[in-house]
Design a protein around this ligand. Sequence first.
Ligand code: SAM
Length: 314
Amino acid sequence: MDWSNPGSSDFHIYKDGFHDRLSRYWPEPREQLHSGGWAKTREMVADIKRLMAGGKPGGITRVLDLCCGEGATASFLAAREGWEVTGVELVESAVLVARSRAERYGTFVRVQLDTSAEPQVATASLTAVQVAADVVSAVRVRLSYHPVADLVRIAHASIHYMPLPSNSYDVVYGQDPDGLANENRLFAFREVFRVLRPGGLFYFWHHWIPGPRWPSALLHEYWADPITGSPRLSHECYLEDLRASGLQLVCATDTTALAASHMGAMAERMRREAPAPDGSLPDQWLERALQFAARGGTMGIQVVAFKPPAPSES
Ligand SMILES: C[S@@+](CC[C@H](N)C(=O)[O-])C[C@H]1O[C@@H](n2cnc3c(N)ncnc32)[C@H](O)[C@@H]1O
């Protein structure tokens, strides 16, 4: 292992051309190279807001996208929520796409209602409509303009060793962050712990890894398989490493239904667009993973965890 970059073995798998290959039969649009596409992204945003409600004055300001790919979610969140979003991505061509996407996203307008001006005192004799009109007349509307590119920063780095400041993100999220499949994921979780502010939220899902409760013999067969083989890849191994990093787990669920629908749709598309006489899939990994999934019964992981609050806050 290279101690200056414990995830460096990912450089051999994730390189220029990876996103072209992955998107070839992807069932969701290319800019959402994760299971569930835009619908799952919207669900994530709603979850994040709910989980962080009341979390700190001013709400969510800075978020980090682990393995951000070509950066569509990062730009979307900056434009739609006004969050400062940092993406971390290993593949240089994807980093360049993500940066130019943010440049092309344009400018968003932030509308703030300033109610600090003294409203006129409503008396009991005023009708409801008059009261409303008096209050409205005391509200100032402030508009400010923000280029999305000013809010989005994409770092070309591995999630195992991030060139980012400590204690500075309200939320870290990952949408199928493949860097976590690396057997050294503990380093990535420690990095997440380091960059989150105390009380910050960690939210991710990873649909294609072995899910909970696979028999040990089956897991070892999967790990040793020449096609799917990756050591220490399972729902339980993720949880073991997450806990060892100091992050506090709130809940972990499997993503079996999501994986079945996503991987099933991909297999169907392959059979339609690249039919083979023997019915095999052009992607050996998918074919093999589906066979293991059928035997293991569950797939994937979705996690909600927090960095413990500072002692004075708890
Ligand atoms: C399934 S794609 C998801 C991309 C993105 N989250 C999205 O939703 O479009 C997995 C991504 O992880 C990236 N990746 C893999 N290993 C990584 C690592 N060690 N550090 C950073 N990114 C990595 C890949 O290059 C790829 O962009």
